[in-house]
Design a protein around this ligand. Structure first.
Ligand SMILES: Cc1cc2nc3c(=O)[nH]c(=O)nc-3n(C[C@H](O)[C@H](O)[C@H](O)COP(=O)(O)O)c2cc1C
Length: 671
């Protein structure tokens, strides 16, 4: 009998056993397949160790059924054709001579830890192959090659033979990726399957490719194996695969008895919604849709999509929307989510706040995979840092993401840490951003940081403005300046007029805005969009003017669709490729970013400057040369997104541990 106060008692639906095919699970929380994390199944030995460590960390943290990374199926490309797009892979994984050993080794390590491992078979982004030479979205206009019947049959065989490598190596389940712009989804969808042979036409014919793949895998399996389908609940695009199609597909495979479970989520990687939904959506928004499809089968159904913690998972299960709940990003932010919840320490679970850095940094900027709230993510194979040689006294000035992360890391390593924040609350720029309706989840992380600072013994002093002399008088070993940045006002006439306001004034409501507002975006990140959306939500008529060709070019496609959709549906007028040249009372003068055109927007009550910020590095400069070890980090060094600040804090904590006399910013000797 579970104890009423224990996790089993509080979350009786999540912590209940279930049988999925051959898999016996003691609870219903799972990690869906996902890529990223800087490891590689087939890469160098070190990359393999990182790949394994990422998944084993989730196992150690209480997850049992692990989806594993995407395993690409060989793409039947003609010589020299270069596949492009997310998931584009030519040779695939399964026929690589290293594959059996690597996947077998991973499965063995997972089994040794008491877990179960899936292999997801992926031909995502099909580029250049597709059922028909047509488009799958409004965003990607590269016409694919339509597979001929021989190529289709070749692929069916390839899936069957490929699965056998994984099954023989000892994995526990095979999952067919039939969503997220996978070739298989494109066969299922009436939008992308325009074939008139036996693989297109009616719903049953569109399903033939998947059915033959399932049969091929079953026929190649030398032992009983759990087989699942990851399907799109609803493409939510005109003419696409809708929830009725999904329910019919699930019902058909249930009737045939060839599939053990269905894993369901929503959207595509381009659209509104994307399948990695950011905070502009409700938490577990599509769970009821999953419930609709669940009624078409008696097989276990997994739901994924913005389930942020065990309480939410339990609620989804309690409502009968699914039999299991998958959490990808929540386990990137904190792989120990289940263990901590079971131990009654949910307040120590580091929350995912839906920044989507886990996918975008890599895709948009080519940087390593990373998580904004957890600099430890994607570094699981790194050994924990050795205890520092000596305890040092550290003063962190600034309580935003950079400052709180550094202070907590240093205190957790045993240093004596004090943090001064000039505002009466923690959070810095993130606390301001959290005021926008799209970002309310950001406050979860700020609250988590506050608890963490307290637990690690950091002395937090709020409302304390730091002067040079105060800092010097504190006589600490190390000073870290994370004083953030101040709003930037573009250098145009009229920028100081009283109706021209900053994001801060707009979001805090310190200036009352009139009905017609122009938001000027000179910032490639999400802030101008969040502000415009927030003001539209308050009933203002908003015009968003931005200099770039695309709106928010550093916001990747997994978030962008949601944001564009809500701006457009919220009546925000978008003015691209335009720069602010002057503000007058009631008028905003613009010029085109590239051409010579100039024009005005009239009848403007307020102008909101979403023009980024400039570093507040005065304290650092005043301390440099006067204090033996002073560091500068976060926006005070250069304003970037939160992920840059938390990762800098991680690196700086190691510097503070190891090099008592070395400053992160080279400090020339005073002449
Ligand atoms: C970095 C990253 C990589 C992903 N790769 C895959 C993948 O290879 N296959 C897949 O089916 N889903 C993939 N997903 C989607 C997740 O499995 C999951 O459905 C999605 O993130 C929504 O769940 P969440 O809200 O719990 O994160 C990926 C998600 C992320 C964040």
């Amino acid at each position: 009998m579970p104890e009423p106060g224990g996790a089993e008692g509080r979350y009786p639906h999540a912590f209940r056993p279930i049988q999925v095919g051959t898999l016996s699970l003691d609870h219903r929380l799972v990690v869906p397949p996902h890529g990223g994390g800087n490891g590689s199944l087939l890469g160098s030995a070190a990359e393999f160790e990182q790949h394994a460590a990422l998944w084993l960390a989730k196992l150690a943290g209480g997850m049992r059924w692990l989806g594993g990374g995407p395993n690409f199926v060989r793409n039947p490309l003609p010589p020299g054709f270069e596949p492009t797009g997310v998931g584009a892979h030519g040779p695939g994984f399964f026929r690589d001579p290293r594959y059996p050993d690597r996947i077998g080794e991973l499965a063995a390590r997972v089994h040794a830890g008491g877990g179960l491992l899936s292999v997801q078979m992926v031909l995502q982004g099909g580029m250049p192959i597709a059922p028909s030479a047509t488009l799958s979205s409004y965003a990607d206009h590269r016409i694919p090659h339509a597979l001929d019947i021989d190529e289709v049959r070749w692929l069916v065989r390839e899936y069957g033979e490929s699965a056998a490598f994984a099954i023989d190596a000892g994995v526990d389940a095979i999952e067919i990726h039939a969503n997220h712009d996978d070739l298989v989804q494109w066969f299922l969808s009436p939008l992308t399957n325009r074939r008139d042979d036996e693989y297109g036409g009616t719903a049953e014919e569109r399903c033939r490719f998947l059915r033959e793949i399932v049969e091929a895998i079953r026929s190649h399996a030398t032992r009983p194996i759990t087989l699942g389908l990851r399907l799109c609940l609803d493409e939510m695009i005109d003419g696409g695969f809708g929830v009725e199609d999904c329910a019919a597909t699930v019902a058909a495979f249930t009737a045939e008895g060839t599939v053990d479970y269905f894993s369901l989520d929503v959207g595509s990687n381009w659209g509104d919604p994307s399948y990695i939904p950011n905070g502009w959506y409700e938490d577990h928004q599509w769970a009821p849709l999953c419930g609709t499809v669940k009624s078409a089968t008696d097989r276990p159904v997994v739901y994924a999509g913005r389930v942020l913690d065990v309480a939410q998972a339990d609620a989804v299960l309690a409502a009968g929307h699914a039999d299991l709940v998958a959490m990808a990003r929540a386990t990137m932010a904190d792989p120990d989510i289940v263990t901590k919840t079971r131990a009654g320490a949910e307040e120590r679970v580091r929350p995912c706040i839906g920044l989507n850095e886990c996918i975008h940094r890599r895709l948009v900027e080519g940087l390593v995979y990373a998580c904004g709230v957890s600099p430890r993510f994607a570094r699981e194979a790194e050994p924990p840092p050795p205890a520092p040689a000596a305890t040092r006294s550290v003063l962190v000035v600034g309580g935003g993401p950079a400052g709180t992360e550094l202070a907590a890391l240093c205190a957790e390593r045993g240093h004596d840490v004090e943090l001064w924040e000039c505002e009466p609350h923690l959070g810095g720029a993130l606390a301001l951003a959290a005021l926008a309706r799209a970002n309310h989840r950001y406050q979860d992380w700020i609250d988590y940081q506050a608890r963490r600072l307290e637990a690690s013994g950091v002395r937090v002093v709020l409302g304390r403005e730091a002067t040079r002399d105060d800092v010097l008088a504190a006589a600490v070993d190390v000073v870290a300046v994370a004083t953030g940045a101040v709003p930037r006002r573009p250098d145009v006439p009229g920028r100081e007029l009283p109706h021209v306001v900053t994001i801060s004034e707009a979001l805090t409501g310190t200036v009352e805005l009139g009905p017609d507002v122009v938001v000027v975006a000179e910032d490639d990140g999400p802030a101008p969009l969040s502000v415009a959306d927030h003001l539209a939500g308050l009933g203002h008529h908003v015009t968003l003017v931005y200099q770039s060709a695309g709106l928010a070019p550093l916001v990747g496609k997994y978030s962008a669709g949601a944001m564009y959709a809500r701006l457009i549906d919220g009546g925000v007028t978008l003015v691209p490729l335009a720069r602010l040249v002057e503000v007058e009372a009631g008028d905003v003068r613009l010029a085109s970013s590239y051409g010579r055109r100039r024009w005005s927007i009239e009848g403007v009550d307020n102008v909101v400057l979403a023009c980024g910020s400039v570093p507040a590095d005065g304290l650092f400069l005043a301390l440099k040369h006067r204090h033996p070890e002073v560091h500068l980090l976060g926006d005070a060094y250069a304003p970037r997104r939160m992920v840059f600040a938390t990762r800098q804090a991680w690196a700086l904590a190691a510097v503070i541990d190891n090099s008592p006399a070395v400053s992160a910013v080279p400090t020339p000797s005073p002449s």
